[in-house]
Design a binder for this molecule. Structure first.
Ligand code: CP3
Length: 322
């Protein structure tokens, strides 16, 4: 999950000096610095590359910017004829700045810490590409997908191609594990889940496994609920990121499917801290003891998280999680 961000004073400092959010993603020295900040402070076992899932549409030629307090804003791609605005030809030139960040981080990261590269899954990225911003229901992408499955499929295809080369480049630069974020996987019914979540993700996993058989891949189909088992079986991921709403019973069952599970601590119980944080952390540790499990949040850390709550959580997991 996201572990860098505004909850850290040292991040806010670098963010101020970087200009725009995307400038921060595209300036390897600064992006490497903010990747390493949470590792230095908390000694996590893994670092996740500092970049964003929207680097892919930006590299494809769609204009992307981040507005303070509003999140991402993109020039929307609404129909098949808009697809001509996107082009794979220029992507590697932009991605190479991120690859540079990856190699810098790998060089400066403690040897025992693992570096995770990532991309957004095509469906989730498409919800931003089509909607032009975040939305609660992803209505624009869902509607296009029903009205013109062939045209929408072309967009998914393009994002799939770009994601494959983006992840491949990250591995070549030093990423040791990959994660595919499908934050809006939960908004699709069965048949659409198959088409827009499982199918493109399977293609990405298959292609990356062919090129880099030893690099583990974690999928995060947030909100997939009862489709999570099918997602694991069909895509071939090695790890499953579990969201906050997944039950500990289901997480245990997922671990029996042969994947390593991670998650699902609520980022807001980390904000609350104190007894609720300790109680939930112990529940998770107890339920997952002896199973293939990585302690993690169920979604990205939020800006209002007190740093001392993260310190307390790490201490608790280190003493009771073995
Ligand atoms: O440690 C890390 O931060 C890893 C890097 C990372 C970022 N985004 C940086 C970032 C990762 C893995 C992401 C993934 C991402 N980005 C997702 C999928 C995972 C998820 O959280 O659902 C999505 C949907 C995005 C798109 C995105 N980026 C949104 C909707 C926002 C605005 C939300 C906000 O908090 O303002 C972002 C901005 C963003 N990307 C931030 C970070 C650290 C926050 C901006 C800041 O703190 O300056």
């Amino acid at each position: 999950m996201r572990q860098a961000g505004r909850y850290l004073p040292e991040y806010r400092e670098v963010r101020k000096s970087a200009g725009s959010f995307l400038d921060l993603c595209y300036t390897p020295a600064l992006a490497a610095e903010v990747t390493l900040q949470p590792i230095r402070r908390f000694g996590f076992d893994a670092a996740i590359l500092f970049s964003d899932i929207l680097v892919v549409p930006d590299a494809l030629g769609q204009s992307v910017r981040f507005e303070e307090g509003e999140g991402p804003i993109l020039e929307p791609i609404r129909c098949a004829s808009d697809l001509a605005k996107l082009d794979l030809a220029g992507t590697e030139k932009i991605f190479s700045r991120v690859y540079d960040t990856v190699s810098r981080v790998r060089q400066d990261l403690p040897k025992q810490a693992v570096l995770i590269g990532f991309c957004g899954a095509p469906w989730t990225v498409a919800t931003y590409v089509v909607g032009g911003r975040g939305s609660a229901d992803q209505a624009d992408a869902r509607t296009w997908a029903y009205l013109d499955a062939a045209g929408f499929g072309e967009l998914i295809e393009l994002l799939t191609e770009a994601s494959i080369s983006y992840l491949d480049g990250q591995v070549r630069a030093g990423a040791e594990v990959l994660q595919i974020f499908d934050s809006w996987a939960g908004s699709l019914p069965d048949s659409e889940f198959e088409k827009w979540v499982i199918s493109p993700t399977t293609r990405i996993v298959t292609e990356l496994k062919a090129r880099h058989p030893h690099v583990p891949i974690i999928g995060f189909p947030r909100g997939a609920a009862s489709n999570a088992g099918r997602y694991i079986e069909a895509t071939g991921v090695d790890g499953l990121g579990c969201d906050t709403a997944m039950s500990l019973v289901q997480m245990g069952e997922m671990a029996e499917h042969g994947v390593v599970v991670q998650g699902n601590l609520d980022p807001l119980v980390l904000v609350a801290g104190g007894e609720p944080l300790e109680r939930r952390t112990r529940q998770i540790l107890t339920a997952m003891r002896g199973k293939p499990f990585i302690f993690n949040l169920g979604h990205g850390i939020v800006p209002q998280t007190p740093v001392e709550n993260v310190e307390r959580l790490v201490a608790l997991v280190r003493t009771e999680g073995t």
